[in-house]
Design a protein around this ligand. Structure first.
Ligand code: HEC
Length: 173
């Protein structure tokens, strides 16, 4: 009886694995970047990211003080590394050819920003990147201070003091 049950379980696993293999080798799973994510795919990516952030994102507060100079430094880093995918102060209308071709398409942060997110979440995303998307990990190229400086700018992007706002309006991609 027990032996039959075990054999049944093994058979189900083998058939499932064989089906998954056939689905992959027959090209049924989309491999193109110019399609829409499948509903289950988007759900799985979102759920995994939320759970990872809850577990691993560093807690605030931001060690980089909120000053004009630090906001402007964050804007400089953003212009250098991020505007190509996340756009300028013009938001959606500034989406670059790279942004338009990515899968999933990166949010144009002036239109669809992360001001409401805890800064630690943004720091985690910047340090580690986002799997199943074109969001790169920056830990190997930017220092922790630079990453928190970027997070400071992204947190205050929609309410910049005049000197920083002026620098932001000058970013091009
Ligand atoms: C090659 C393109 C690319 C570059 C360069 C890039 N990103 Fe991203 N980024 C993405 C994509 C794609 C996503 C969307 C991931 C997703 O849908 O989960 C993303 C997501 C994000 C998010 C999360 C947005 C949200 O709504 O949760 C933040 C914050 C972010 N990026 C910040 C940055 C910063 C800051 C830089 C520069 C240091 C940067 N990114 C550089 C492609 C890029």
């Amino acid at each position: 009886m027990f032996k039959g049950f075990v054999l049944g379980v093994v058979a189900v696993i083998v058939v499932t694995a064989a089906c998954a293999y056939i689905v992959l080798v027959t090209g049924t799973v989309p491999a193109a970047a110019n399609g829409k994510p499948l509903p289950l795919e988007a759900w799985a990516a979102r759920t995994s990211l939320r759970a990872t952030l809850a577990k691993n994102a560093p807690a605030g507060p931001n060690p980089v003080p909120l000053t004009d100079a630090n906001l402007i430094a964050g804007i400089g880093l953003y212009g250098q590394h991020c505007a190509i995918c996340h756009g300028t102060a013009k938001g959606d209308e500034s989406a670059s050819p790279v942004a338009k071709g990515e899968y999933p398409t990166p949010p144009q942060l002036a239109s669809d920003g992360v001001e409401d997110d805890p800064e630690g979440w943004t720091v985690w995303k910047l340090e580690n990147g986002i799997r199943w998307s074109g969001m790169p990990a920056w830990k190997a190229t930017l220092s922790s201070e630079q990453i928190w400086t970027l997070a400071l700018f992204l947190k205050h992007m929609d309410k910049l003091p005049p000197a920083a706002e002026q620098a932001w309006q000058q970013v091009r991609n």
